[in-house]
Ligand binder design. Structure first.
Ligand SMILES: [Zn+2]
Ligand SMILES: [Zn+2]
Length: 461
């Protein structure tokens, strides 16, 4: 009897297990549909905004986008009313540093992490930045300069859905002739010859980086060796460039993306060189809005450093340390040459616009007072203020940046693409671009991370 009961119990358990295993397949149903409806749609394509639009999402994909009158909403769909707001593709930052958060001084930030803030590992900080970016509407980003093990690990954890954050491409360390003082040693890969440059590229590729960041001040032969090795591994080279000779060397060597091209510090470039770069359609990323744009903006409104929305995206101890780091911000070493840099900030940006370069949009965010939350909006505003039409800047920040990341599945709202969508108040095109700073709803890969201004997930602690 006892034996029979045990046997029966075992059989029941097996039956239940079988049911549990096979039930989902037997009852397989299409994923539920979410409908964003009522608001204006900016698709990221070169078309005017569409009023009273509907976007349908199923699973991770967009399945329909167009006039609300032409797109029926399936029964049972979850409806998000976007009336009075704008739906647009998730923003993409083509130059970020997730191991920094905008602290007043870069070297002092890493010193704080070694001392008072030592409970935060580099990867924890990167997790925090990823959260800040996602909550600010940034659904993809290229991290161009960090420590390789943590960068690759965070990218994998985000992709596996373990932690919230933008889709990432990561470079790991700068490939450079001189280490970046004050930064973690692993954030610089110092080379002494072109051969070492190529070997370093191979080593980083094996560690799992997606792109290479070649620093300024390499020799002409270094750039050639680095580009050759990277392209042999089918990855792109982004070059951090200021001096005209470096730009020329990087261009001749075949560097794929020119970073910091409107970042100031010198006069405009030889127009023939700019024309040649524009003519190849190789993208430039200006990173204009750190330093020579963030400085006057903070002079005009120092209160931006105490912004309550920004504060809500920081653990209290990091926020307090940040506030201390801002006490004497005009004398920070980061701004030591600000007057000379400010002189050329506008002509430099205008030069790339006027000579019609293919424009990616990136921020160098994480640098002093250049927060992971607002840096990208400031960069977009700088491009608009210097002469690019708003819709074009939005397309550059979404579709062109997606192309830079070799991810055509993102960067626009059209059927078949991954559902990376944000909803922002009002009309960012004809009203004000700065509305983008107040993202109401964030969807990445079809998952809603923020709705009606409220995060649906907790900040990493
Ligand atoms: Zn750089
Ligand atoms: Zn940078």
């Amino acid at each position: 009897m006892r034996e029979t009961t045990t046997m029966a119990a075992r059989l029941t358990a097996l039956l239940l297990l079988a049911l549990a295993l096979f039930a989902p397949a037997a009852q397989a149903q299409p994923a539920k549909v979410t409908a964003l409806t009522g608001g204006m749609l900016i698709s990221g394509l070169s078309v005017p905004p569409l009023h009273h639009a509907t976007v349908l999402i199923q699973g991770e994909r967009i399945i329909a986008a167009g006039p609300a009158s032409e797109i029926p909403i399936p029964a049972g769909a979850t409806i998000i009313d976007t009336s009075g707001q704008t739906m647009m593709p998730g923003l993409i930052d083509a130059h970020a540093h997730l191991f920094m958060v905008g602290y007043g001084d870069e070297a002092a930030w890493f010193e704080w992490l070694r001392t008072d803030g030592k409970k935060y590992s580099i990867e924890k900080i990167m997790e925090l930045s990823a959260y800040q970016m996602l909550m600010s509407g940034i659904t993809s980003a290229i991290d161009l300069g960090g420590t390789p093990i943590e960068s690759v690990s965070l990218r994998k954890r985000i992709n596996a859905g373990e932690v919230p954050g933008p889709r990432l491409q990561v470079s790991g360390p700068l490939v450079t002739r001189r280490a970046f003082a004050g930064f973690p040693a692993e954030a610089s890969a110092v080379i002494t010859s072109p051969k070492e440059g190529a070997e370093t590229v191979d080593r980083l590729f094996k560690m799992g980086v997606d792109v290479i960041k070649a620093h300024a001040g390499l020799t002409r032969e270094d750039y050639f060796a680095i580009v050759k090795a990277a392209h042999a591994n089918k990855i792109k080279v982004h070059a951090h460039l200021y001096a005209e000779q470096d730009v020329r060397n990087a261009f001749d060597a075949g560097v794929d993306v020119f970073q910091h091209m409107g970042s100031g510090g010198g006069p405009t470039y030889d127009p023939e060189l700019v024309r040649a770069i524009a003519g190849t359609n190789r993208p430039v990323v200006l990173t204009a809005a750190h330093r020579s744009y963030v400085y006057p903006e903070t002079v005009a409104f120092p209160g931006r450093l105490e912004d309550p929305v920004l504060k809500s995206l920081f653990p209290a101890d990091i926020w307090d340390a940040m506030q201390k780091s801002f006490e004497h911000w005009p004398s920070d070493s980061y701004f030591a040459s600000i007057t000379r840099q400010a002189r050329f900030r506008s002509p430099l940006v205008k030069q790339w616009i006027e000579l019609n370069a293919m424009m990616g949009v990136g921020t160098d965010s994480g640098t002093p007072m250049n927060f992971n939350t607002d840096g990208l909006i400031r960069e977009m505003k700088a491009l608009v203020d210097e002469g690019l039409p708003v819709l074009e800047v939005i397309a550059d920040t979404t579709r062109v940046n997606a192309r830079i990341m070799d991810n055509p599945q993102t960067g626009a709202i059209e059927p078949g693409k991954l559902a990376d969508i944000i909803v922002v108040p009002g009309d960012p095109v004809y009203h004000r671009l700065s509305n983008l700073m107040f993202v109401n709803t964030v969807i990445k890969n079809g998952v809603i991370y923020k709705q009606d201004g409220k995060p649906l997930i907790a900040m990493p602690q």
